[in-house]
Write a protein that binds this ligand. Structure first.
Ligand code: SF4
Length: 322
């Protein structure tokens, strides 16, 4: 089975149980996004490819850790040898840090508000990065919204100012004000991700009450001019009620604007816990649409230096998952 097909089927399950040798050093605990506050996750790699799977003792998938990261994946009667990746906070190769682990908004697919984490101090963040500096190539920063969008932006900018000390590429994904792209650019940030989350404005309004779809588009357009093509990204979730045609239209609009879509299979938690994960067949269909749209727009995911398009753990990424 080819990697892309295998990954689609693994992402459709989304979880794995662990057996064998202790694997604590390979378990990433997430403070951001839909997986926040869960049991943790592991990254299973084959060659240069990888997939992130959330830990669940009841999962139909199993990884047996043989020691020192060597691991066998048991999947539909097959044994697939690979390895577990160490992470540099949340994802391998990057220190991916959630500055503020709580949020005043209530996006329906997100468990951050329920987890109710806290804001990290700048010295704490610097120590975190220092502790993994030897095994990372980039810094990725995201955040909830503790008091207001403007106040969060000010704090994240301060964090970024300090992180320049490490002289690594920095990617930032926060909910933007109209000034955010320019302010991040001035600080030397190299990539940004502003997440549309939903394929249509109507779905966005339903999923993210109180947030503004148009403002995201304005920030994306401004960012392409500042950061360049291949360095601006936007997450869109697959499986929150959109049709393939709606998703295709959203993908094509993003790529036509010079933005690389990050197409994230729904992890059904929080307000969407009753919804099914997208099937492998649908993920393959969307991959083909995504691949074609990127190609026609002349966008290349291999140029990404930071965040999810560089990591590839949670999504099928044309150009990288081949
Ligand atoms: S793809 Fe993105 S969300 Fe998933 S592990 Fe990598 S950086 Fe984190």
């Amino acid at each position: 089975m080819q990697w892309k097909e295998l990954k689609a089927r693994l992402l459709a399950v989304g979880t794995v149980s662990m057996s064998g040798e202790p694997a604590e050093q390979y378990i990433a605990r997430s403070a951001a996004g839909p997986g926040a506050g869960g049991e943790g996750a592991v990254f299973f790699a084959m060659g240069s490819h990888r997939v992130r799977l959330a830990l669940d003792p009841l999962s139909p998938l199993e990884i047996a850790h043989r020691g020192n990261g060597a691991a066998d994946l048991y999947f539909e009667g097959n044994l697939i040898p690979g390895r577990l990746l160490e992470h540099g906070f949340h994802c391998p190769d990057q220190a991916s840090i959630t500055v503020t682990g709580n949020c005043i908004f209530r996006c329906r697919y997100c468990s951050v508000p329920k987890v109710g984490g806290r804001r990290k101090s700048i010295s704490e963040i610097m120590e975190m990065v220092e502790s993994v500096r030897h095994r990372i190539h980039a810094l990725s920063i995201t955040s909830g919204v503790q008091e207001s969008i403007e106040e969060e932006e000010t704090y994240v900018l301060d964090v970024v100012k300090h992180l320049r000390f490490f002289n690594l590429p920095i990617g930032v994904s926060i909910y933007p004000t109209e000034k955010t792209p320019d302010l991040l650019k001035e600080l030397g940030v190299c990539e940004v991700k502003f997440n549309l989350e939903a394929a249509t404005p109507a779905l966005f309004t339903e999923m993210c009450p109180g947030l503004d779809y148009d403002q995201l588009w304005e920030a994306l357009d401004r960012s392409v001019g500042l950061f360049g093509r291949n360095h601006v990204f936007s997450n869109v979730i697959i499986g929150i009620g959109e049709t393939d045609a709606e998703l295709d239209a959203c993908i094509r609009k993003l790529t036509a604007h010079g933005v690389i879509p990050v197409l994230r299979p729904l992890n059904p938690v929080a307000g969407l816990s009753g919804m099914p994960r997208p099937t492998a067949e649908r993920l393959n269909t969307i991959f083909a649409l995504h691949e074609q749209a990127l190609e026609e727009a002349g966008l290349d995911t291999r140029e990404a230096l930071t965040m999810c398009t560089n990591c590839t753990g949670c999504d099928l990424v044309p150009g990288r998952d081949e």
